[in-house]
Design a protein around this ligand. Structure first.
Ligand code: F0G
Length: 457
């Protein structure tokens, strides 16, 4: 077997700097133990997110130079429109400055107080935008998703019984849409099978409900379908992507992931009436409908990125690198969500730190330790992120306490991944000494994890 190799070579580099433990102790204390408050120079390997942190290709940088900055009818808009049609099959689209902006526009147009939006585990901004409108996001993910030790090829799948229960027991007028997130970030970057996408769509049509994909990582989802689902091994990623989108009425997109750009988003739809419904809010919040918060050059680079992301070799490099890190951690005995997700490795903090009490923020405690150990920045996906219940204002304790190590696209080498694994091993070896976490000294009423301030218990 030949070793795994990257499907690109490097044309430009950006230096990064190691720091001492003493420096990091000072920095994290000043940051109130919130990793979002660190300066990037204080981080050695930054796995906070795979969002907007990737490297663009030379072809994308070339497209930047030919971007058209016309306010209306820019050629870059049409380049992007044709690409979206080509890749997803959706005829109609509206640009936005990032994924949550697309959610804001779509939900402002379609969601009202008291509505229910079922789906597989919604991403935090999606849920935030739903709850902000006094509507409820209903998690219908299959139960296997919440057992990190259970191997299941498609842990992002929607539980059809749970979904049907919601659809049967509520009036259609209260369910403006079902949102299926591909891959499901909250469940661990886990894919949704083609069969499940098809079943959800057929059920939705039976009840007359719209299906929207939160498609931030649609190409990574297609890769898993190709590799894991019966009957798809010989199909191209492009064909799989086309079939996936045939089971939805539209999509919101954070282009910062599978758009392979640093900023941007969009909505795309099969029917013109959806664009008509969303145009007013696009103009009010984002900008005129042919740029919606994006510069022409950025739309041009996105159009190229959407073509590159559906190349098999690109996806193979990408997903294999994430798996490389995951496999190393498994080798070291570190508890991780299995199978390994598409964009990140999710460390199971409850199994990693069994002594830290749940009201002392287990996953955050681990994330801070990894930073202290080696300047590695991951992110908490646990009680801080889960926020308080909007009705009772009590902490919501999620089924899983995870630290996500998200891998930026085309940025780090496998040596970097090896280093990260070694840092986790060091912390794992001294896990029995870690008995306490943090308490909150300050928090915002919604999406608190970004600005929360903590102190050691
Ligand atoms: N949907 C999913 C599944 C996401 O993962 C994100 C962002 C969004 C929507 C919102 O998009 O950031 O462009 O506004 N996820 C990032 C992350 C922030 O770190 O996982 P955005």
């Amino acid at each position: 077997d030949l070793p795994f190799t990257e499907s690109y070579k490097i044309k430009m580099v950006e230096p990064i700097r190691k720091s001492t433990r003493k420096e990091r102790e000072e920095w994290i204390k000043n940051a109130k133990f919130n990793l979002f408050n660190l300066r990037s120079e204080q981080v050695f390997i930054d796995l906070l997110t795979d969002s907007g942190t990737g490297a663009m290709s030379d072809r994308q940088w070339g497209a930047i130079m030919t971007g058209d900055e016309s306010y209306a009818g820019s050629s870059s808009y049409y380049h992007l429109k044709e690409t979206i049609k080509d890749v997803t099959g959706f005829e109609y689209f509206l640009p936005s400055h990032q994924g949550r902006a697309a959610e804001n526009v779509l939900f402002s147009s379609l969601i009202k107080a008291g509505d229910l939006i079922p789906g597989n585990a919604h991403f935090d901004t999606t849920k935030g935008h739903i709850e902000f409108r006094h509507a409820d996001a209903i998690d219908c993910t299959i139960k296997e998703a919440y057992d990190t030790t259970k191997e299941h090829p498609f842990k992002g799948n929607v539980d059809l019984d749970k979904l049907e229960h919601v659809l049967i027991s509520n009036p259609k007028e209260r369910i403006p849409m079902i949102i299926v997130t591909v891959t499901c970030n909250t469940a661990g970057g886990q894919p949704v099978s083609m069969q499940n996408l098809k079943d959800v769509y057929q059920m939705a049509k039976k009840y007359g409900i719209t299906v929207i994909f939160d498609a931030a990582r649609f190409a990574e989802n297609a890769y898993f379908i190709k590799m894991r689902e019966h009957g798809y091994r010989n199909k191209s990623i492009r064909d799989i992507v086309q079939e996936m989108f045939s089971y939805s009425d539209g999509m919101t997109m954070s282009s910062k992931k599978d758009g392979l750009v640093n900023i941007g988003g969009f909505m795309a739809f099969r029917k013109k009436e959806m664009v008509e419904k969303c145009s007013m809010h696009t103009i009010m919040y984002e900008g005129y409908i042919t740029y919606g918060g994006m510069s022409g050059r950025d739309m041009n680079a996105l159009a190229v990125g959407l073509q590159e992301v559906v190349e098999f070799d690109y996806l193979d490099t990408r997903i294999q690198q994430v798996k490389y890190l995951g496999d190393k951690l498994i080798e070291y005995g570190v508890p991780v969500q299995q199978p390994i997700g598409g964009h990140a490795v999710f460390v199971d903090a409850k199994r990693f730190l069994p002594h830290v009490p749940k009201d002392e923020y287990i996953a955050q405690t681990l994330a801070v330790e990894l930073y202290l150990e080696g300047g590695v920045r991951g992110v908490e996906i646990g009680t801080l992120l889960a926020d308080r219940d909007p009705h009772s204002r009590e902490n919501r304790y999620p089924a899983l306490e995870l630290v996500r190590l998200a891998i930026p696209r085309r940025v780090y080498t496998n040596n970097h991944m090896h280093y990260v694994a070694a840092i986790l091993k060091n912390v794992y070896d001294r896990r029995d000494q870690l008995k306490h976490g943090f308490s909150i000294t300050h928090e915002a009423p919604i999406l608190r994890h970004f600005t929360v301030e903590l102190e050691r218990v």
